[in-house]
Design a binder for this molecule. Structure first.
Ligand SMILES: [Cu+2]
Length: 173
C-alpha cells in the first residue's frame, strides 16, 4: 500500500514536475509571512490609524464608512458631510459618538422624542463624547475629540436611521 502511494506520487511528480516545484516553494513562504505578521503586530497596529476622518452620509441613509481606527491620546478631526439632496426635516443626518458602556440602540430610541434638540436627548448628554449638528442635504460640520484607548459606538440619531447608520471607532495607543 505504501509502495503504491509512493509510486503514484512519483508518477504525479514526473507528470507535473513544474507544478510540484511551485507547490514546494510556496509552502515555506506562507509560513514565513505568517510568522512575520504576528511579530509585527506587537510593534505596530495591524490597521493604519488616521486622526483625520471624512465621513459622508446621503439619501441612501448610510454612512460611507462604519469602522475607523484612530490614535488614542491625540486629537481627532472629523468632518461629516450630508451628501444627499433631501431636507434636514426629511432626511437629516448627524454623527453622535457615545461613551463606552452606552447602549446605542437605547440612545436611538430615546432620541426619537428629542426633535426640539435635533434628536440629541438632553437627559442622555452624559453618554455623548461629541456630536455634529443635524445636517440637511449638502451641509457639513466639523468636530474634534480625543479618545482614550478603547472601542466607541457612533450613530445617526435621526428617527429610524440607527438600524442602517451605526459604526465603531477604535482608538489604539
Ligand atoms: Cu441619518
Amino acid at each position: 500500500m505504501k509502495k503504491l502511494f509512493l509510486l503514484s506520487c512519483t508518477a504525479l511528480f514526473i507528470m507535473s514536475c513544474g507544478e510540484s516545484k511551485k507547490a514546494d516553494s510556496t509552502q515555506p513562504e506562507i509560513d514565513y509571512s505568517t510568522a512575520t505578521d504576528s511579530n509585527e503586530a506587537e510593534a505596530t497596529p495591524a490597521v493604519a490609524t488616521n486622526n483625520h476622518i471624512v465621513l459622508k452620509a446621503g439619501d441612501d441613509m448610510r454612512f460611507d464608512k462604519t469602522d475607523f481606527t484612530v490614535k488614542a491620546g491625540e486629537e481627532v478631526t472629523l468632518i461629516f458631510m450630508n451628501s444627499g439632496e433631501m431636507s434636514k426635516e426629511a432626511m437629516g443626518h448627524n454623527f453622535v459618538l457615545l461613551k463606552p458602556g452606552s447602549d446605542a440602540s437605547a440612545f436611538a430610541s430615546d432620541a426619537v422624542s428629542a426633535k426640539a434638540t435635533d434628536y440629541i436627548p438632553t437627559d442622555l448628554q452624559n453618554e455623548i463624547i461629541a456630536h455634529t449638528k443635524l445636517l440637511g442635504g449638502k451641509e457639513n460640520d466639523q468636530i474634534k475629540f480625543t479618545l482614550e484607548p478603547g472601542t466607541y459606538d457612533f450613530l445617526c440619531s435621526f428617527p429610524g436611521h440607527y438600524g442602517s447608520m451605526n459604526g465603531k471607532i477604535t482608538a489604539v495607543k
